[in-house]
Ligand binder design. Structure first.
Ligand SMILES: C[C@@](CO)(OP(=O)(O)O)[C@H](O)COP(=O)(O)OP(=O)(O)OC[C@H]1O[C@@H](n2ccc(N)nc2=O)[C@H](O)[C@@H]1O
Ligand SMILES: Nc1ncnc2c1ncn2[C@@H]1O[C@H](COP(=O)(O)OP(=O)(O)O)[C@@H](O)[C@H]1O
Length: 337
C-alpha cells in the first residue's frame, strides 16, 4: 500500500513599520505607578523594520539586518510578548496557533527610536490578520498595544501625534508637508529608557527643580501645521536630553558637530542616544549627511523624512499545502522500535 504524508498550508503576513523621533518631550511628575506623566509630540520617520508573522508549530522569533545582534531572539523579545498577549484575546473556541516572527531590523536598537515598540505594533497588526480576529477592532488593538509599552499605540498610527498620559494616549496632529531629518546612530552606544528617566529625576532633585506641567507647546503645534523647518527647529524640546548627555557625555560633541555642519537644529531622540538633525530640504539633508560622514563623530548616518504612516500590512503570502509525498513500504517489512 502507498502511504501519503500531507503538509499544512502556511500563511504569512508582512508588515512594514517605521521608527519615531520625539519633536517635543515634556516630562512631568512621577505617578503612583512609577511612570512619568508626559506630553510628547512624536513623528514617525522613514526608517523601517519589516516584521513577517507566519503560522508555525511553535512560538519563535528570528532577527536579521544591521542591528540584529543587539536584539534578543527569545521570550523577552517584545514582538513575541505582543503576539502572546493578543493570543489571549482570542475567542475561546478559536484554534491556538503559534507563530514564527521574522524581524528585519533597520531601526537602531535602544536608540530612542522605539524600534521594539514598532515591532510590537507590527506584530499585533499581523497577528490580527493572520488569526482573523474580526472582534478585535482598532480601539481594542490600541488597548492591547498600550499594555505592552507606552510608545506602542503611536506606532500603530504613525504620522505626527501628541501623546499624553505615560505616552499611550495618542491624538493625531494634522499638518501639511514633510521634514527632512538626518539621524546619527552611535556605534556601541545604547541608553536604557528607565535609566534616562531616573537620571532626569536625579538632575532635577540636585538642582531643586519641580517637574513642569506636561502640556504640548502652542509654538510647536503652529509650526507643525505648515511643517516649516525653521519654526519647528526653534520649538523642538526634549526634557530627557540633559539626562541622556549626562549618562553619555559624547552626545554633546555630536549635537554640536551637526549644527556646525549646517543643521537647523539638533535633538536627542527620546531617551537617546540617537541624535536627530533637522534640515530645510532634501538637498540640505544630503549635504549634512555627507559632511557628518566625512568630518563628524563616528556613527551611522541615516537620512529620513517625516511624517510617514505607522504599521501597514504590505504582503500576505499563502503557501499551499505541500503535495502528498508518496512513500513505498520498506522491502524489509515494517520497522518497529
Ligand atoms: C522615552 C520614550 C519617548 O517616546 O521612548 P524611547 O525614547 O525610549 O523610545 C518613551 O517615553 C518610552 O516609551 P517605552 O519605551 O514604550 O517605555 P515603556 O516600555 O512603557 O517603559 C519603560 C520604562 O521607562 C520609564 N518610563 C516610560 C514612560 C513614561 N511615561 N515614564 C517612565 O518613567 C519607566 O521606568 C518604564 O518602566
Ligand atoms: N523587537 C525588539 N527590537 C528591539 N529591541 C528589543 C526588541 N525586543 C526587546 N528588545 C529590547 O528592548 C531594548 C530597547 O529597545 P528599543 O525599543 O530599540 O529602544 P528604545 O526604547 O530606546 O526606543 C533593547 O535594548 C532590547 O534589549
Amino acid at each position: 500500500m502507498w502511504l501519503m504524508s500531507l503538509g499544512d498550508s502556511t500563511d504569512a503576513i508582512a508588515v512594514r513599520v517605521p521608527g519615531k523621533i520625539n519633536l517635543e518631550l515634556v516630562v512631568g511628575p512621577v505617578r503612583e505607578d512609577g511612570f512619568h506623566e508626559v506630553s510628547t509630540i512624536l513623528q514617525a520617520v522613514s526608517v523601517y523594520d519589516r516584521v513577517t508573522v507566519s503560522t508555525a508549530d511553535r512560538w519563535s522569533v528570528h532577527v536579521t539586518g544591521p542591528y540584529a545582534d543587539r536584539v534578543p531572539a527569545d521570550d523577552s523579545n517584545i514582538a513575541l510578548v505582543a503576539a502572546k498577549t493578543l493570543a489571549r484575546r482570542r475567542p475561546r473556541r478559536g484554534k491556538l496557533e503559534p507563530v514564527r516572527i521574522d524581524i528585519d531590523k533597520n531601526i537602531p536598537v535602544a536608540g530612542g527610536m522605539a524600534g521594539g515598540s514598532a515591532n510590537a505594533a507590527a506584530t499585533l497588526l499581523a497577528c490580527r490578520e493572520l488569526w482573523q480576529l474580526d472582534h478585535v477592532d482598532n480601539d481594542l488593538l490600541e488597548q492591547v498595544a498600550a499594555g505592552i509599552g507606552s510608545d506602542v499605540p503611536f506606532l500603530l498610527h504613525g504620522g505626527t501625534a501628541i501623546a499624553s498620559g505615560r505616552g499611550e494616549q495618542v491624538t493625531p496632529v494634522l499638518g501639511r508637508g514633510e521634514l527632512h531629518w538626518v539621524l546619527w546612530v552611535g556605534e556601541g552606544l545604547g541608553l536604557s529608557t528607565p535609566d534616562v528617566y531616573a537620571e532626569c529625576d536625579r538632575l532635577r532633585d540636585e538642582a531643586g527643580l519641580e517637574p513642569p506641567a506636561p502640556q504640548p507647546s502652542e509654538e510647536l503645534m503652529t509650526a507643525l501645521r505648515r511643517m516649516d523647518a525653521d519654526e519647528v527647529a526653534a520649538a523642538l524640546r526634549n526634557d530627557l536630553q540633559e539626562a541622556a548627555v549626562s549618562l553619555e557625555p559624547r552626545l554633546r560633541e555630536v549635537l554640536e558637530a551637526g549644527v556646525e555642519l549646517g543643521a537647523r537644529a539638533a535633538l536627542v531622540s527620546g531617551s537617546g542616544p540617537t541624535v536627530a538633525f533637522l534640515t530645510g530640504s532634501q538637498a540640505e539633508a544630503i549635504d549634512l549627511s555627507v559632511g557628518l560622514a566625512a568630518n563628524g563623530p563616528t556613527g551611522d548616518i541615516v537620512r529620513a523624512i517625516g511624517p510617514v504612516p505607522g504599521a501597514q500590512v504590505v504582503q500576505h503570502t499563502r503557501t499551499p499545502p505541500r503535495p502528498p509525498v508518496p512513500t513505498r513500504p520498506s522491502p524489509l517489512g515494517p520497522v518497529t522500535d
